[in-house]
Ligand binder design. Structure first.
Ligand code: FAD
Length: 293
């Protein structure tokens, strides 16, 4: 099913997983999926390493298995930074042949000190390429705190508007920890004429290493409330995990009350955390009617 159609009927609740590393035990991801299937998410998206290689084949295989083995809807991520158009076509043909209807079209991160090696400079060029040659439902990324490479929020929104106009059906945000950043971003996006559904990407931050990685990679801001949690529970992994879950539940509760289009949970392949969060917000997601669609 095309993800953009799901928003017409409900507040969407979706999950994100990543494929196992090459040479690691593949069966673990299937046990994870088995457990996540109890949540009955509206879709599960599967990340794709910008380096490509074996990891990309696994993305497509897992996204296909989500449909055929577990009866759920799936999205295949596709970063284009290192791809020629011919390579992108091969991958998109494979995604199509596997019955996957939804592609998350991304640029990918450019490794420091190098340049884009393929035919696409930005995600909007991949979106145009897909729109011109295929019939996929196209999803793209957006950034409530602006993309780290952008010099200012207005430029980032202009580029996003351009990307959406190239043929995007639905957006998913980068993780954020302060909902007010999301609300300001959503308002600016709407004012710029971006009218596709915007799902909020929520990452339950449940261990110290993850927080350090997130700040370094995504340049995400840590609100005072969150820093206090770190100070108090940082040396107690179980308490930090539970506090991270509670923080994500608070964020989702507030977002649903503010009529969010959907919640995209970055599961980090951890069914325990995904179940805890879904259990706490399930009734909100199911009962809140979507306004204005
Ligand atoms: P773009 O839309 O190209 O934007 C990147 C920067 O360029 C922004 O600053 C933007 O303002 C600017 N820009 C955009 N268009 C133009 C233009 N035409 N001219 C000049 N400047 C422009 N990475 C992976 O490798 N694999 C994944 O599976 C993956 N999944 C992700 C899922 C989500 C929901 C999100 C939010 C990110 C994901 N990423 C993934 C990370 C993503 O690849 C990086 O954040 C990357 O740096 C930017 O990708 P993008 O598609 O947003 O790029």
């Amino acid at each position: 099913m095309r993800t953009a159609d799901i928003f017409k009927d409900k507040t969407v609740f979706s999950l994100e997983i990543f494929p196992p590393k090459p040479d690691s035990d593949e069966s673990v991801i299937y046990s994870t999926l088995e457990q996540l299937s109890d949540i009955c998410p509206d879709f599960i998206s599967v990340t794709y390493g910008a380096g490509g290689g074996k990891n990309g084949c696994r993305t497509i295989q897992i996204a296909s298995d989500i449909i055929t083995k577990y009866g759920m809807n799936s999205v295949a991520h596709l970063p284009c930074i290192n791809l020629t158009k011919a390579q992108a076509s091969n991958i998109l043909d494979c995604i199509k042949a596997n019955g996957i209807e939804n592609v998350l079209a991304l640029r990918g991160d450019i490794p420091q000190g190098s340049e884009a090696a393929g035919d696409f400079r930005h995600a909007n060029e991949l979106v145009t390429f897909i729109r011109e040659n295929y019939d996929f439902n196209i999803i793209a990324a957006c950034y409530p705190e602006t993309h780290p490479e952008s010099t200012n929020a207005a430029d980032d929104i202009d580029h996003l508007k351009n990307k959406v106009d190239c043929g995007v059906d639905h957006l998913i945000t980068q993780l954020f920890l302060d909902n007010s950043d999301f609300y300001a971003f959503r308002e600016n996006a709407r004012l710029a004429g971006i009218n596709v559904p915007i799902e909020a990407g929520i990452m339950p931050v449940t261990n110290k290493r993850q927080i350090e990685r997130m700040v370094k990679l995504c340049k995400v801001k840590l609100p005072t409330k969150f820093v206090r949690i770190l100070e108090r529970y940082g040396d107690n992994p179980t308490a930090l995990r539970d506090a991270g879950i509670a923080y994500a539940v608070d964020q989702i509760t507030d977002l649903v009350a503010e009529d969010i289009d959907g919640i995209h949970l970055y599961t980090m392949n951890d069914p325990y955390i995904a179940h805890k969060i879904y259990g706490a917000v399930q009734s909100l997601i199911l009962t809140v009617p979507t306004i204005g669609m």
